[in-house]
Ligand binder design. Structure first.
Ligand SMILES: [Cu+2]
Length: 107
């Protein structure tokens, strides 16, 4: 898939997940080509975020701030799930490739 298609799929997944009104939503962040897609994701408390690694090597999701996402290594083709609880802005990196940056905003 092209980057644009993947972004569209991710956006569609977020929309579909958000369609159930009061229920917590599930959001997908793709890890592909050494990037987090979307780079910034806004969610509500109680929502679940799934990072899905499409690269052929491991990555992780590591926020500095307490209450932010902090994953173990996510193997190729594997996913890692995080439930957002505390409001805030959580910049994160992959500590294996520190140029890979993303932000999870919980509000
Ligand atoms: Cu990485």
């Amino acid at each position: 898939m092209t980057f644009r298609m993947k972004a569209a799929v991710a956006a569609a997944a977020t929309l579909l997940a958000g369609a159930a009104l009061a229920a917590p939503a599930v959001h997908i962040v793709l890890i592909d080509g050494m990037q987090f897609i979307p780079q910034t994701l806004e969610v509500k408390p109680g929502d679940t975020v799934i990072w899905r690694n499409k690269d052929p090597f491991p990555h992780n999701v590591t926020a500095d701030a307490k209450g932010g996402p902090a994953s173990p290594a996510i193997a190729a083709e594997a996913s890692w799930k995080f439930t957002a609880e505390k409001r805030g802005s959580y910049p994160y990196v992959c500590t294996l490739h520190r140029m890979m940056k993303g932000t999870l905003v919980v509000k």
